[in-house]
Design a protein around this ligand. Structure first.
Ligand code: 6PG
Length: 479
């Protein structure tokens, strides 16, 4: 046995993570791939990594020092189960299997339970940052047992991104907690991307600026409170000119957004938990709508606004959009953290929200300055009921809300879709409302289904005899 850590799966994420591990002091990395050809290619391409390569799973296990630690980097799904099954036959109690793929957290809970019965540790670890992150330093969100973390933590700390001198990895919680938090990261990623896309669309259609000019605006925005990886890469994408046509690349890309499902999981889980992640949901739905060419073609002759919309002051409009983007982004993160809180409660995870914001400051796709403010908010008040109610965010929203409203109004008048901007604003107004029309909904439910309601001025539940004399009775059970 010569290697202290192994990686299984030599596609680009796996080989990059293995190279990252190998480049850090003290690590010797064992590698294995289902087809040995791939392993051989990786070994010859990256001789400097000094990989200990194996062609069989038995050899791979034998090449690892104890407790054996192996990170699985294969496409999430059945492939992961297959590798876990192989590993459990060659590993021993105390060894550690890490799944670094984008697994659904409930799969991770299931796998952790099954693997634990063999005495082997199973850790589902969310890894964010794409190919480059895997190679140079990702943000890592491991779940699993404290015992596994004791061995794994120091190794992961060597490869994680560093933000303000701290490695972007922490033990998120037991079993599926790491993959749960990675799922929320991706949901927020979807919302952030959609909000940026809406901002671009409004500016372009409102001011007639070219993609390259809008790229400059994003570059400018990236110097302020919106500073983030996604804003930075947006500028890069908008500046790109297509070699073939000479057009901005963004104009020759088919406008149908793909999705591998993690955003949808965030929303499905939120529905189960009863958490309104409306900004994230709209972002997922916006991708679905974009990818319905037949419906879009059929609807393309539907009427738009009959009066023309014009932007009088382009600079002022751009600044309004910037503020609307910031406010909506706060809502998206607030909703994402609400879901973390609800998930932690449901699955009994001790998740430190401030630490999650910290490990997202570097390496991951949603890395941003702004995450420091989230950490501060939770450090100050760990029981914060909604992120947007923390003093910093309340101030930020107070200062931006007028602009936010103007942008949503403008979008509606112009007939420019802004599902994430407008749903975030509606959510905000819903949250801060003194009274909601939910009272009427309760009345309706009581009318047709005797579902009962509570009164503002008395304890208990009540029902109106709608089909009788319409008097009110106290109800014993709720429906
Ligand atoms: C990351 C990314 C990564 C990937 C997702 C989302 O954190 O590095 O989130 O996991 O980009 O799979 O991809 P889709 O947009 O295809 O769903």
């Amino acid at each position: 046995a010569q290697a202290n850590i192994g990686v299984i799966g030599m596609a680009v994420m796996g080989s990059n993570l293995a190279r990252n591990l190998a480049s850090r002091e003290g690590n010797t990395v064992a590698i294995y791939n289902r087809s040995a050809d791939k392993t051989r290619t990786v070994v010859s391409e990256f001789p400097e990594a000094g990989f200990v390569a194996s062609e069989t799973i038995e050899e791979f296990a034998a090449s690892l020092t104890k407790p054996r630690t192996a990170i699985i980097m294969v496409k999430a799904g059945a492939g992961t189960d297959a590798v876990i099954n192989q590993l459990t036959t060659v590993f021993e109690p105390g060894d550690i299997i890490v799944d670094g793929g984008n697994a659904l957290f409930t799969d991770t809970i299931r796998r952790e339970k099954a693997v634990r019965e063999t005495g082997i540790n199973f850790v589902g670890a969310g890894i964010s940052g794409g190919e480059e992150g895997a190679l140079k330093g990702p943000s890592i969100m491991p779940g699993g047992s404290a015992e596994a973390w004791a061995t794994l933590g120091p190794i992961l700390k060597t490869i994680a991104a560093v933000a303000e001198d701290e490695p972007c990895v922490t033990h998120v919680g037991t079993d599926g907690a790491g993959h749960f938090v990675k799922m929320i990261h991706n949901g927020i990623e979807y919302a952030d991307m959609q909000l940026i896309a809406e901002a671009y669309d409004l500016i372009r259609r409102g001011t007639g600026k070219s993609p390259a000019e809008i790229a400059d605006i994003f570059t400018e925005w990236n110097k302020g409170e919106l500073e983030s990886y996604l804003i930075e890469i947006t500028a890069e994408v908008l500046r790109q000119v297509d070699a073939k046509t000479g057009q901005p690349l963004v104009d020759v890309i088919v406008d149908q957004a793909g999705a591998k499902g993690t955003g949808a999981w965030t929303v499905q889980t939120a529905l189960d938990l009863g958490i309104p992640v409306s900004g994230i949901a709209e972002a997922v739905f916006a991708r679905s709508l974009s990818s319905k060419p037949a419906q879009r073609a059929a609807a393309s002759s539907l009427p738009g606004p009959t009066s023309k919309w014009t932007v009088d002051d382009a600079d002022a409009f751009v600044e309004d959009v910037r503020q609307a983007l910031y406010a909506s982004k706060i809502i998206a993160y607030s909703q994402g953290f609400d879901e973390i809180v609800a998930g932690a409660e449901q699955y009994d995870w001790d998740i430190k929200k401030g630490d999650i914001a910290k490990i997202w400051r570097g390496g991951c796709i949603i890395r941003a300055q702004f995450l420091n403010r989230i950490t501060e908010a939770y450090d100050e008040n760990p029981g914060l009921v909604a992120l947007v109610t923390a003093p910093y965010f309340t101030d930020a929203v107070s200062q931006t809300q007028d602009a936010w409203r103007r942008v949503v109004v403008a979008a509606a008048q112009a007939g420019i879709p802004s599902p994430a901007f407008s749903s975030s604003l509606s959510y905000y107004d819903g949250l801060r409302a003194d009274r909601l029309p939910a009272a009427l909904v309760q009345g309706q439910r009581d009318f047709f289904g005797a579902h009962t309601y509570r009164r503002v001025d008395a304890e208990g539940t009540f029902h109106t005899l709608w089909s009788g004399d319409r008097s009110e009775i106290e109800a014993t059970d709720t429906h």
